[in-house]
Design a binder for this molecule. Structure first.
Ligand code: ADP
Length: 226
């Protein structure tokens, strides 16, 4: 479904973020990418959503070379990818409901779909009791659950979560991991980056280990070995 083909990324200041990285991600897979800070994990994610371009090599979404698409076709692919970041990126003056509804409006969904689907995803992340609260009134774990609901409400094929538990305590971390696992079981591909050993151990499954821009390990029932 996703294929990184000999991808190298060198930033303008000559930082080598990725060096000759090749791997694929299958439909319905839950792939965890681990590595110390600076290993290149976020850069991998940025290239997938075309926030930046590779210096060499290609990134494919199904048969499409992401960095060769025009704006319209990239927009189509972008809508099939849900994104979750460490810093939540919620809109502060919108309620939980409105934050999620806004993502549906942006995708051109109808009022009927919005009023049917928003409560449904809010229940999925166990936030029914906070539906009319603003982000500033929520804990970090709750904010991240809103971000997850927003990422999945348009039924993407893949969810990418870049250090989603980076600001959370162990209990909230576990809850986020549990929800991401559930999303994967419901048929969505998940690509997660983390440097948290506990997260990797709780997940099992395939783990790619990155070190200084290179894939140094790709294992089916991964353990954190750094
Ligand atoms: P990780 O997500 O694993 O912490 P990153 O992908 O953020 O790693 O960073 C990989 C390397 O690229 C680091 O050395 C980092 O300093 C560098 N880097 C990341 N973003 C930029 C940027 N916009 N400009 C210059 N260097 C960058």
């Amino acid at each position: 479904m996703i294929y990184y083909d000999k991808v190298t990324k060198i930033y303008p200041d000559k930082s080598v973020a990725l060096e000759d990285v090749t791997f694929g991600v299958e439909h319905d897979e839950f792939l965890t990418i681990v590595g110390h800070s600076g290993a290149g994990k976020s850069t991998l994610m940025k290239l997938l959503i075309a926030e930046d371009r590779p210096t060499r090599g290609s990134v494919f979404f199904e048969s499409a070379n992401i960095h060769k698409l025009d704006k319209k076709n990239m927009g189509k692919i972008r809508r099939r990818i849900g994104t979750i970041f460490q810093d939540y990126r919620l809109i502060p003056n919108k309620t939980v409901y409105e934050n999620i509804a806004f993502a549906m409006e942006a995708a051109g969904r109808s009022d009927g779909e919005i009023s049917a689907d928003v409560p449904h995803v809010i229940e999925l992340v166990n936030l029914g009791h906070k539906i009319w609260n603003f982000p500033g009134e929520l804990s970090g774990g709750e904010r991240q659950r809103v971000a997850i609901a927003r990422a999945i409400v348009n039924q993407p094929d893949i969810v990418i979560a870049d250090e989603p538990t980076g600001n959370l305590d162990p209990e909230n971390t576990y809850e986020i991991v549990r929800i991401l696992k559930k999303i994967n079981e419901l048929g969505t591909t998940v690509l997660l980056t983390t440097h948290n050993k506990g997260v990797v151990d709780a997940l099992g499954g395939r783990v790619i280990t990155m070190e200084r821009g290179k894939v140094v390990k790709d294992s089916k029932d991964g353990k954190y070995v750094l």
